[in-house]
Ligand binder design. Sequence first.
Ligand SMILES: NC(=O)C1=CN([C@@H]2O[C@H](COP(=O)(O)OP(=O)(O)OC[C@H]3O[C@@H](n4cnc5c(N)ncnc54)[C@H](OP(=O)(O)O)[C@@H]3O)[C@@H](O)[C@H]2O)C=CC1
Ligand SMILES: CC(=O)C(=O)O
Ligand SMILES: [Mg+2]
Length: 548
Amino acid sequence: MSGYTLLTTPATNRDLRFTPAERAAANLTGLLPPAHRTLHHQIQHLLQKLRASPTSLTRYEILLNLLARDETLFFSAAQANLPLLLPMIYTPAVGDACQNYSDLSIPLRGMWLPISDPAPLRRTLDNWPAAAVDVIVVSDCERILGLGDLGANGMGIPVGKLLLYSACGGINPARCLPVVLDVGCNTPAVRDHDAYIGLPIPRVTGSDYDAFLDQFMDAAVDKYGPNVLIQFEDFGNANALRLLDRYRDRLCCFNDDIQGTAGVGLAGVLSALRVKGVKSSLQDHTFVFLGAGSAGIGIASLIVLALVREGISEEDARRQCWFVDSRGLIYKGRASVSPAKETFAHEASAELQAVAPKGLLEIVKAIKPTALIGVSTIRGSFSEDIIREMGSFNDRPIIFALSNPTSKAECTAEEAYAYTDGRAIFASGSPFAPVRLPGRDTNLVPGQGNNSYIFPGLGLGVVMSGARRVPDTMFLAAADTLSKLVDAEQLAVSCVYPDLNSLMDISASIAYAVCQEAKRLGLNDKNVDDLDVKTIREMMYEPGRGKM
Ligand SMILES: NC(=O)C1=CN([C@@H]2O[C@H](COP(=O)(O)OP(=O)(O)OC[C@H]3O[C@@H](n4cnc5c(N)ncnc54)[C@H](OP(=O)(O)O)[C@@H]3O)[C@@H](O)[C@H]2O)C=CC1
Ligand SMILES: CC(=O)C(=O)O
Ligand SMILES: [Mg+2]
């Protein structure tokens, strides 16, 4: 490749970094101004521009435009500055981006597949430029973060997840495919907006929806082979678990909101057990989940798997997890309990049944959980009195406000710490800054309990091992690995996740654990015997090195 093509191909463009000799050799003379810049200089300039940029949307535009022009600069900057850039391309900014998608000045990226298109999906997939794809992130955008149904505007999520696959998980961006299955949108304000980019129809459901999903899964496997990893993302509650159950034993797929979140949730809990002052066994804990959807049921199911591994019966393990949904506490015999919720519907005394519809405070008083996990999308639902109540019978209450984006978090880090005199072990789905309580001389550091700690490394392990399926035990292995990477320094400031700066290394460790699990289960189509963490780390995509 040379000349104009070299400059206009994002993967090869090195912009003002081309040296005079390279410019002469590649017919670039005259196509670039005379100045020469180093990568370091350009990263610093980018960071300056981002810091001066006024809103999350303008920063998102800067970054997505850069990505479409110069992948080396984009991923080099991202990999070297993950704590700064992640919130700009992922949560919380990606929520703003999806809510304003049709007004953004960014190049379109990914494939939108409308259910109304009569062309076979298999043929449409041929329009994607890459012949080989390792990972597909697909959404029907019915539940974008905690923001609801955003229809085709939800593309920011598959795109953002795949940027993390490359920036944190070392998968070559050329081998990633973001997909929106456009089956309509049930949010009138989105659908009826005159600039809406998707199908302006109510959501298609039932057998037509299922047939479309089947067609997509078949087309993806036919085009990219049985080892292509398909990640379901931000499907609504009525479909998420159902689709996972439909495909998980047939294809190489997982649901990130159920299983990825489970991995990060369990890892946070395991780390919390190591924070000074907390009882050291999972068996001693009682969990109350606010929200009984994909994320909550996913986390609880993996906690159950971890407890069963410790020798607890599955039934007893489930009894350690209680759920509260929009109708109150779930218990055996309550009305409106779906099969997934039924698994965690326990016998409840008459007193507890009486408390069930009264709200979270009364439920917390009655159950006295050691851990309160928020996956409800309801900002402020962990109110001051609830947090204080958690602190009244726990030395170190575990309080995870995992709903995204920040505007949907059940409470802030500051609230969790302030109302427990700094005793809360807090984590949140979107980032919060460290908190210094009055009169203290050290910060408390909230960990980011986000599945971004899990899916990049998990996907990398699946790709490297050629695993044909993605069983739950891979998420157990990922959670164990993630938790073990939290060091004493982090635990001392109540942080239950490792430093975000080390996400590439974390992903290498998780990938190794996943490869070993694939081998243990006989699922690996590739030989993993020669892989260790160091080898995996060296194979991961970094701009200019890119062995993956
Ligand atoms: N940190 C992370 O890594 C992740 C965070 N999340 C976040 O978690 C949140 C939930 O996601 P997900 O589980 O997939 O969503 P779902 O739509 O599957 O589930 C939402 C749940 O919240 C419940 N809920 C809604 N309103 C209330 C209320 N007022 N009180 C109690 N419960 C309520 C719903 O109740 P009902 O069943 O009665 O309708 C439902 O059970 C989102 O904000 C998402 O961004 C999700 C995945 C990963
Ligand atoms: C993080 C994530 O996957 C979500 O909030 O949906
Ligand atoms: Mg999600």
